[in-house]
Design a binder for this molecule. Structure first.
Ligand code: DGJ
Length: 330
């Protein structure tokens, strides 16, 4: 009897272990709360974007926790292999350094691309003067992903005003910026071969929107953006097209409009291609205009396909980074 019992116990222990491992394989996400990094400090990566290098995701964003004034921030970088636990790698672009551009300038929405030909990491960001009149993009580069980035230049892409920017890399590796040109609307433009300049306009979407982001999913392009209401949330909208050049469909709500995108504003549509499926994560900022460093995040898997994109009501969700399966609810 005894050996049978201990075999049973061992089998039970093994089963419990396997269940624990399975649960661990899927990271769970909570929403709109403080999101501590490896130091226990709230993640400062607002208006951010994500670059995957090997198995590691790097999240770049506005570090608003530096007690600078509302205009200023540094660009932070965090690393994770599961999108849930983030290690602070440092502030990788210090905007107030005299070699950069100084305290009176605005830096928002940094995004980093990797150029496989030049092997450089190229950061784009909205760069402006204190009255948002420069309406330009800034560029900084680095040989390594986690900094320090060196500021290179700023300019108006193709001569147009540019405020909020979003990054997009298509399945064929081509890199694009989507930027808000206040008088005209959203522009999608291709970067040059070295990514150091904006080379060619692909499309003008004549809608006055910001917080632009794009994803290519099952043969269709989806663009998302918000209305222009400063730091206040509004109903974010999406449109679709078979080609980046359009024609684009009408814009539709991603959630019931009275919910105001659950307090968030789009910053990126992150595609997770797993061994079993592909998920698209809505990355949004819940801005706190009175204390930007206390702004929170809303990340949720989108219901997407067949030309429809829906942001579900916020609730706990989990992601298996290997299989790509995102599960919403308990
Ligand atoms: C909305 C933009 O999306 C933000 O990045 C920021 O520029 C605020 N406006 C400033 O009011």
């Amino acid at each position: 009897m005894k050996p049978f019992c201990s075999a049973k116990k061992t089998a039970l222990a093994l089963a419990v272990l396997l269940i624990c491992l399975a649960v661990k394989a899927a990271e769970t996400f909570t929403l709109g709360e403080l999101w501590p990094d490896n130091r226990g400090q709230h993640i400062q990566a607002h208006g951010g974007g994500i670059l995957k290098v090997g198995d590691t995701y790097y999240w770049f964003g506005e570090d608003r926790g530096q007690n600078l004034d509302w205009r200023s921030c540094h660009v932070s970088c965090y690393a994770s292999t599961n999108l849930s636990d983030w290690k602070f790698c440092g502030d990788v672009l210090n905007m107030v350094a005299p070699t950069n551009f100084g305290r009176r300038m605005i830096l928002e929405r940094p995004k980093v691309f990797y150029n496989p030909t030049t092997k450089k990491f190229v950061m784009y960001f909205h760069m402006d003067n204190g009255r948002y009149q420069a309406a330009s993009v800034g560029v900084a580069t680095c040989d390594t992903v986690a900094g320090d980035y060196k500021f290179l230049k700023y300019f108006r892409p193709l001569g147009h005003e540019s405020r909020d920017i979003g990054q997009f890399v298509d399945d064929d590796g081509s890199a694009y910026l989507i930027f808000e040109d206040r008088p005209f609307g959203f522009r999608i433009a291709k970067l040059s071969a070295d990514y150091l300049s904006v080379e060619k306009e692909i499309c003008l979407i004549p809608e006055h929107m910001e917080g632009g982001a794009l994803v290519h999913y099952n043969g269709l392009y989806y663009v998302i953006g918000s209305h222009l209401t400063g730091w206040n949330a509004n109903p974010n909208l999406y449109a679709t097209a078979k080609s980046l050049a359009g024609p684009w469909s009408e814009f539709k709500d991603i959630a019931p409009p009275e919910k105001n995108t659950y307090g968030a504003q789009s910053t990126m549509l992150l595609k997770i291609v797993g061994t079993k499926t592909t998920s698209v994560i809505f990355m949004g900022d819940i801005w706190n205009a009175d204390n930007l460093g206390d702004s929170r995040y809303l990340w949720l898997p989108l219901e997407i396909g067949g030309g429809k994109m829906t942001l579900p009501a916020p609730q706990k969700w989990s992601l298996d980074i290997t299989t790509g399966e995102a599960k919403i609810g308990k």
